[in-house]
Ligand binder design. Structure first.
Ligand code: GUN
Ligand code: FE
Length: 429
């Protein structure tokens, strides 16, 4: 066996499905050549693994690496700022000016090094990231992420209308040419754990001909796609004006081939207001919804009906959406997902019961992880992505079981406690 085969010993928690956790105190988690070979209770490690090195994290929590399905690296310097406006004014006033700065590679390096260091510090092992429209800065971000060993998908943005003069591509052709140039540079570079994802910012930023051209590029390169969908009421009204022939916002992506389906794995961030016209399309096309509860509160977008999406069998994961959201911590996002689901249940619709701890944990692991393949679980055959966390136990905590410790961690102890991180069996922290 290679050095990618070893055993972690500790208190192991992972999701079996949205409602059920697997909890094993003092258990063994086996990594066999970069893949999980299962979780075994104390004294039950199969003989075939007896010779493997055991790394003992006695009394510490071991969970699958967390998956951030939606965040914006260039907005990291703006986190926690400018939350007095709603989406469209927030973009014009705070976000577009900040993103304009990434034409300057010196600034981009400073900001992206800071972003990458913060992403490494937390419990995230995989992320799907928006960059800006700038090709050199996007390639720089990909280099910095590659150096960490995190598994990421990164998008050079496409935007050819309705922005500042400092942050817009001349026309659809210029945007498509830059995208092709970026994709060729990425292919030539040959990254190991960093890959491109096609990223039309959202419908108001992209002309019809740009979306059509990106659909063709998607089919040519077989790329995954990410964008924003039905986040804010003014945004949705604007899309209705811009695309009067589309029956729903999602259809404006669908008709250009940028909404899931065979060979086009797609993430749509937010879906706060996806209605009965839109959700069947998301289901049919197998689209992943990136639920971003911190952002949805901070820019006053609303509360996505995640319970309803789970009940309908839609694919849902969690996104931090910095800098609509103020933190790259998915532990914070889990707590927020539960909290806003309670407010929605209390104030809007008492038919949709709040999310549980197990459900929020599922969203941040298996729910989002499935976008990357067999990721987000410790079942045999899954990619070995794991995080070792020190949860602080107090003298009064002696009876806490693993589920309670996970709950405490999510709500109250989510700071600075990552002791180790593994991606595909490689230790990266
Ligand atoms: N819609 C289009 N661009 C953005 C962005 O940068 N952040 C958020 N939250 N929504 C968007
Ligand atoms: Fe976003």
């Amino acid at each position: 066996m290679t050095t990618d085969s070893f055993v972690l010993k500790g208190d192991i928690v992972y999701s079996l499905d949205p409602q059920r956790l697997s909890c094993t105190e003092g258990g063994y988690l086996v990594c066999d050549e970069g893949l999980c070979a299962g979780v075994f209770a104390a004294g039950e490690l199969p003989g075939r693994f007896a010779d493997l090195e055991v790394r003992d994290f006695c009394g510490q929590l071991i969970i699958p690496g967390l998956v951030d399905l939606h965040t914006h690296a260039p907005q990291f310097p703006n986190r926690g700022l400018g939350m007095d406006l709603e989406l469209l004014d927030w973009l014009d006033t705070y976000t577009f000016p900040e993103e304009s700065r990434y034409a300057d590679l010196t600034y981009a390096r400073l900001a992206y090094e800071d972003f990458v260091a913060e992403l490494m510090r937390g419990a995230t092992t995989r992320a799907v990231v928006f960059a800006t429209l700038h090709v050199p800065a996007t390639l720089l971000l990909m280099e910095l992420l590659e150096d960490t060993g995190l598994s990421t998908l990164v998008g050079k943005l496409n935007m050819d209308r309705n922005s500042l003069p400092t942050l817009v591509e001349r026309d659809a052709l210029a945007s498509l040419d830059a995208t092709r140039q970026w994709l060729n540079a990425v292919a030539e570079r040959g990254f190991r754990c960093t890959a491109p994802i096609l990223t039309p910012r959202f419908v108001p930023s992209c002309s019809d001909s740009l979306l059509v051209g990106l659909g063709a590029l998607q089919r040519e390169f077989g790329l995954p796609v990410q964008s924003h969908l039905s986040e804010n009421l003014a945004e949705i009204a604007w899309v209705r004006e811009l695309c009067p022939d589309a029956a729903s916002y999602a259809e404006a992506y669908l008709r250009t081939g940028l909404l899931g389906g065979e060979g086009c794995p797609t993430i749509m961030a937010h879906c706060v207001y996806s209605d009965p016209l839109e959700t069947p399309l998301l289901k049919e096309q197998g689209v992943w919804i990136a639920h971003c509860p911190v952002s949805n509160t901070c820019v006053s977008s609303g509360i996505a009906p995640v319970r309803s999406y789970l009940d309908q069998g839609l694919r849902v994961g969690l996104g931090t959406d910095v800098s609509g959201g103020y933190s790259l911590s998915l532990l914070h996002s889990m707590a927020e997902a539960i909290k806003v689901s309670k407010l929605r249940w209390r104030l809007v619709d008492d038919g949709l019961k709040p999310l549980s701890v197990a459900e929020a944990f599922y969203l941040a692991t298996l729910g989002g992880g499935s976008f990357f393949g067999k990721v987000g679980s410790f079942e045999p055959g899954f990619c070995f992505d794991a995080v070792v966390l020190e949860d602080i136990r107090r003298p009064t905590d002696s009876d806490l079981d693993l589920e309670a410790r996970l709950e405490r961690l999510i709500y109250a102890d989510a700071n600075d406690r990552v002791l180790g991180k593994y991606v595909n069996g490689q230790q990266i922290l």
